[in-house]
Design a protein around this ligand. Structure first.
Ligand code: NAD
Length: 512
């Protein structure tokens, strides 16, 4: 059995216990992940603290060169990494090849470049006489210095992509890092640890500690020598991290859950809207924080859009005997002797696979529970609705009240609920009736609406006539319960540095 290891102070080492890592498509245990303790975290923080002064003092060009080398190694091993990501998460390998792995090396290259082009602000103060007092003319500059050891905690849905999204700005700015990836999908973090050693990073600059949220992640959050925590994950855990780190006056960035609305107006390019909605709802089996989970469609085109999306979503899973539900959303029932229909023949590692399985059976249980609750609350199921193992088919519902569980709770799975609206005000009311505010999509041909609507939606990003187009220079984060703070581009460089304003008098000391 493959045994994954931590990277602490430049050494690969295990922990006292281990956690099975499961291939969710087949249910097999594929590796053992260290079940690291608070002690392992403490060792990693010490290693990172010991490496800090030299790393922070190294020329930015040196840090950037090592990051680019790591990016090159990720590209060299792209096929192996894509395979590991697909095997461990259940995502189609084509998606891992096209998105997860290239974006991981892009993250490193982007911030390696950004740090070389970063600049310091300067403010020129002219002298003035007020109430008989003359103030000196001065130049103010803002020095930004790395914070120290950064704690980076990432989730299971985009394992390497989100780990590198945090790691790259942290180390580019001169911090050292202790990373705590998800224990559910640690395979590519373990592979990255090998590449970090191969790239030649100084010992202790990047530490990777694999283990559970409790006690491993929580020990990182509450460690007194970790002044900054960047967390991506659920709102529930984010609230705990916010209160714990807040009481210690740490800097925290929280990228949390969403319940993203996708608005389609009658004047939109409807075929393009339906295609994009299908992609937005079901890419990575709906397990991207930016996936759309609520379609709000103008009543005059509601049925047309719904039927188009059902048709497109059905095509994501190849048809086969007993493998696809009937139009009422039910799977074939067990026969009289209790035999279940055959399991779904989904192979995420097949090049042609477009829709895989959920990343764990615990998560599939949760998603199925919410679908069942929606049924009992009166939902009409147009497609899908019943899992087999970790396979939950694309599921499309309608007829739910905005206050129902599935309209309010983050499902984080392939479940789209559809609701008609009559006018712009009702669309905005429905779009903003949850506690979340991460991402919204608007499809319209009206320039006036495209201009006016985003500010009324109160979401961190609003896409107009597109979805998932991301420019790494733009701020990224959520409103309300979708997060605190922003990452991306200059925002990430700011988060990982502490500013000191220096005011230098340029015409001698201030005098009366
Ligand atoms: P999670 O909150 O359960 O876990 C995220 C990470 O936190 C894991 O590494 C986990 O081990 C760790 N963790 C758990 N408890 C902890 C604790 N008490 N202290 C410290 N660390 C702890 O989330 P998940 O189930 O892995 O991921 C899915 C969630 O992530 C969804 O809610 C999704 O919306 C969110 N997400 C948000 C974004 C974003 O950018 N806003 C991106 C991807 C995923």
């Amino acid at each position: 059995m493959l045994e994954l290891t931590n990277l602490i102070g430049g050494r690969r080492r295990g922990a006292a216990g281990s956690i099975p890592v499961v291939d969710p498509a087949r249910g097999d245990t594929i590796a053992l992940c260290p079940d690291s303790s608070a002690r392992d975290i403490d060792d990693a923080v010490r290693a990172a603290a010991g490496a800090f002064a030299a790393w922070a003092g190294a020329p930015a060009a040196h840090r950037a060169a090592l990051m680019n080398r790591l990016a090159d190694l990720i590209d060299r091993d792209a096929e192996r990494l894509a395979h590991l990501e697909s095997l461990n998460t259940g995502k189609p390998i084509a998606l891992a090849r096209a998105v997860d792995i290239p974006r991981s090396s892009d993250n490193l290259r982007f911030f390696a470049g950004a740090i070389l082009h970063d600049h310091t602000e300067a403010f020129e103060t002219t002298g003035a006489v007020r109430a008989g007092l003359q103030s000196a003319a001065a130049i103010n500059t803002v020095l930004r210095r790395p914070r120290g050891v950064a704690g980076l905690i990432s989730p299971w849905n985009l394992p390497l992509y989100l780990l590198t999204w945090k790691l790259a700005p942290a180390i580019a700015t001169g911090n050292t890092a202790v990373c705590k990836p998800s224990e559910v999908t640690p395979m590519t973090a373990d592979a990255l640890a090998g590449l970090i050693v191969e790239a030649g990073f100084p010992d202790g600059v990047i530490n990777i500690v694999l283990g559970r949220g409790e006690p491993c992640g929580s020990a990182l959050v509450s460690h007194p020598d970790v002044p900054a925590i960047s967390f991506t994950g659920s709102t529930r855990v984010g609230q705990w991290i916010g209160s714990t780190a807040g009481a210690m006056l740490k800097r925290v960035s929280l990228e949390l859950g969403g319940k993203n609305p996708f608005l389609i107006f009658a004047d939109a390019d409807l075929p393009a809207a339906a295609r994009t909605l299908c992609r937005a709802a079901f890419t990575n089996q709906g397990q991207i924080c930016l996936c759309a989970s609520r379609a709000l469609v103008h009543r005059s085109v509601f049925e047309q859009v719904r039927d188009d999306v059902v048709k497109l979503a059905r095509e994501l899973v190849p048809p086969g005997d007993g493998r696809w539900p009937q139009i009422d959303g039910r799977w074939p029932q067990a026969d009289g002797r209790g035999h279940q229909p055959p399991p779904i023949a989904i192979n995420p590692q097949d090049d042609a696979c477009r829709f895989g399985v959920l990343s764990s059976s615990a998560h599939a249980d949760k998603v199925q529970g919410l679908i069942d609750a929606a049924r009992s609350q009166g939902a009409t199921v147009h497609l899908g609705g019943e899992r087999r193992g970790c396979f939950v088919p694309p599921t499309i519902l309608s007829g739910l009240s905005p206050s129902s569980d599935i309209e309010q709770t983050e499902v984080f799975g392939p479940v789209l609920s559809m609701t008609p609206f009559d006018d712009d005000d009702e669309a905005v009311r429905l779009a903003t009736c949850t506690q979340y505010g991460l991402a919204a999509v608007v499809f319209t041909s009206s320039l006036a609406r495209a201009h006016a609507l985003p500010a009324r939606l109160h979401h961190g990003i609003v896409w107009v006539n597109t979805w998932m187009s991301r420019d790494l220079r733009t701020p990224f984060g959520g409103h309300r319960h979708s997060g605190v703070g922003r990452e991306g581009g200059a925002e990430a460089l700011k988060f990982f540095t502490e500013p000191t304003t220096v005011c230098i008098a340029v015409d001698g000391p201030a005098r009366r």
